[in-house]
Ligand binder design. Structure first.
Ligand code: PHB
Length: 390
């Protein structure tokens, strides 16, 4: 007994003691309200990962603790994150659908010794707010840059840009403008709408009046994007020949049944399509559909969450379950793996994910369902937004 105690003590002093623990991961996201389906996708991705990889890493058991934040609410995000860290003792923070919610929690990380794995929020600057932020989703710079080239190469020279007036919208506007002007096109007008906008008819009128040949748009996926694309189709813009350019947030798979025939042919660029043709994705979709229940509800936040869990499992492995945020983050810098979306790497400098961005077109499957069909690949895209900010 005595020998055992001394050996255990020595091992503990050396920092190498192995004992079974529960490691808690706090996940903040919209699990109720208008964006609940996006949060449900976080959970489906996490459940899929744990169904395929187990709920233990080494001797430790992983427990997920969810906190609901229905809409962008930075003060509430900070309070919930703090509560997760202080009261629940979570070793990792994850999730964060909206940029303001991710931003608000970053000041807690260093003092709490907790890494944050951003599973959705897409403003470039988030990763610069703390050395403990790692992101497994995308940025709107990353997804909106390729569509600018697609627009110009397709013969459109004059575009009006319409975005939600907050982080990822402002980034998307800048990305499209930079890419489109570099190609030789002109952005004739740039409209920023309040995030809460839900009547898009006046915007559609301004698009018509602008005389632009096409519109570039970004809004956060959810009821917002469904309303916007519907308004585009129903206000006669599509029939008038106005071209539509956007990142894939605007044609997320879960919006396609409600958009129906009018969505056919819409082209977007994005990091993930549920239809992505790979063995890894097949395995993921099967597990995620099982988790979410209704296959028509599966959308991109699920893959950000699935890959986020992969990163968290690697961090737990590297730290042997000890709470060491610096060591955990260091361990995943440069990490590469085959994601359901394709090959990815955590860029060691930015801690943001490098990935393929695909041009996709809304198509109809034989069974009558609509899907995003990948038609072109822009390989290994980093985040142009971070370079632009320098
Ligand atoms: C964000 O707030 O960063 C955000 C939310 C939803 C999206 C994209 C970005 O579809």
């Amino acid at each position: 007994m005595k020998t055992f105690t001394i050996a255990a003590l020595a091992a503990a002093l050396l920092g190498g003691v192995a004992h079974a623990d529960t490691i808690k991961v706090g996940v903040v996201g919209p699990f109720s309200g208008p964006f609940a389906l996006q949060g449900k996708n976080f959970k489906a991705g996490i459940d899929a990962y744990m169904a395929l990889n187990g709920n233990t890493v080494g001797d430790d058991t992983i427990e997920i603790i969810y906190r609901d934040i229905p809409t962008a609410d930075p003060a509430q995000s900070k309070a919930l994150s703090q509560e997760l860290v202080v009261k629940e003792g979570v070793q990792y923070l994850a999730g964060f659908y909206f940029t303001p919610d991710a931003m608000a929690a970053t000041p807690l990380l260093e003092q709490a010794n907790v890494p944050m794995v951003v599973m959705n929020a897409a403003t470039s600057a988030i990763v610069t707010k703390s050395p403990y932020v790692v992101r497994t989703s995308f940025t709107t710079w990353q997804t909106s840059t390729p569509i600018a080239k697609v627009a110009f190469d397709g013969g459109t020279k004059k575009v009006i840009s319409v975005v939600s007036d907050y982080g990822p919208g402002v980034d998307a506007e800048a990305a499209f403008k930079a890419g489109f002007e570099k190609a030789g096109g002109a952005v004739v007008e740039a409209i920023r709408m309040p995030l809460q906008t839900n009547d898009f008819s006046p915007i559609m009128q301004r698009i018509k009046d602008s005389g632009a040949e096409g519109v570039f748009a970004f809004l956060p996926s959810g009821p917002t994007t469904l309303g916007f694309v519907k308004a585009f189709n129903e206000n006669g813009l599509k029939d008038a020949g106005v071209k539509f350019f956007a990142p894939g947030d605007l044609t997320q798979e879960s919006d396609l049944p409600a958009l129906g025939e009018s969505a056919l042919g819409l082209q977007t660029t994005f990091h993930y399509a549920v239809s992505h043709g790979s063995a890894e994705n097949k395995k993921f979709v099967e597990a995620a559909v099982k988790a979410i229940g209704n296959p028509a509800e599966l959308s991109f936040p699920s893959v950000g969450a699935y890959d986020g869990m992969h990163v968290i499992y690697k961090m737990i492995e590297a730290t042997g379950g000890e709470q060491d945020a610096a060591k955990a983050v260091e361990a995943v810098k440069g990490l590469s793996w085959e994601s359901p979306r394709g090959p990815v790497t955590i860029d060691p400098e930015s801690r943001h994910i490098t990935q393929n961005i695909y041009l996709r077109e809304v198509a109809k499957a034989e069974d009558g369902t609509y899907y995003n069909k990948e038609i072109q690949t822009f390989e290994k895209q980093g985040d142009p937004g971070l370079a632009a900010a320098k």
